[in-house]
Write a protein that binds this ligand. Structure first.
Ligand SMILES: Cc1ncc(COP(=O)(O)OP(=O)(O)O)c(N)n1
Ligand SMILES: Cc1ncsc1CCOP(=O)(O)O
Ligand SMILES: [Mg+2]
Length: 208
């Protein structure tokens, strides 16, 4: 399995956003420290998700950047992505591992140590842990867990912990101190005036 990048860019496919333009700005800056997770709206068809993932895989390939697909593991397999990410409403981690196979990258969402340990035992290769802070990007999230919550999970597992939820570069030092390996972001890159500059700040904070 390739080593995991520390900056996870989750695509923003809300109306008015341009996920491929953001990706093209970030790729030359973040290079192999980047992981791209294709995440689409629930109303997006599988065909649209597949087409987007094919384009993301093609853009990532020259940079040796890992592409994952959120939720839709059949799309990940069909489009040649390196793996997927599942949460509580998706396939169970063990089933996802059976679908993707032993070599794939498989992320699982966790917000407390018990479910985090269970997810790693079931085959997760990294954990998405959060929400770190309250965010408007996703509805219906449970309360923020803060650095203490990230630390509780990171101390319980041996796989990389990727913190998520309104993370920007200024939060990275506290998250690294809490044991996070990396961060996953939507708004910090998609909403940035200059996504390349925002990526450089995140990478600088993650790798110093
Ligand atoms: C890195 C990372 N962490 C957490 C999530 C959230 O996954 P999930 O809980 O399944 O919610 P949706 O993203 O599917 O709405 C993630 N996607 N990536
Ligand atoms: C999908 C998801 N799961 C927990 S927080 C989140 C959204 C993260 O987006 P942002 O970085 O804009 O807060
Ligand atoms: Mg999900």
């Amino acid at each position: 399995m390739p080593s995991l990048g520390r900056l996870h860019l989750i695509t923003d496919t809300r109306p008015g956003r341009d996920p491929l333009a953001v990706l093209q700005a970030v790729l030359p800056v973040a290079r192999a420290e980047l992981v791209v997770q294709v995440r689409v709206e629930d109303a997006t068809t599988d065909r649209e998700a597949y087409d987007l993932t094919r384009r993301v895989v093609a853009l990532c390939q020259p940079y040796d950047v890992t592409c994952l697909v959120n939720d839709r593991l059949h799309v990940a397999l069909a489009a040649g992505a390196a793996g997927g990410h599942v949460g509580a409403d998706d396939l169970p981690v063990a089933a996802a591992r059976r679908v993707l196979g032993p070599a794939a990258v498989l992320g699982a969402t966790a917000r407390e140590p018990g479910s985090a340990v269970a997810a790693t035992t079931a085959g997760a290769s990294y954990l998405g842990v959060g929400p770190y802070r309250a965010t408007t990007t996703k509805d219906g999230l449970p309360p923020a867990i803060g650095a203490a919550g990230v630390q509780a999970v990171a101390g319980a597992v041996g796989v990389p912990v990727i913190a998520i939820g309104a993370v920007t570069a200024e939060h990275v030092p506290a998250l690294r101190a809490a044991g996070a390996y990396g961060v996953a972001v939507v708004g910090a890159l998609s909403g940035a005036t200059d996504p390349a500059r925002a990526a450089a700040a995140l990478i600088g904070a993650l790798t110093c």
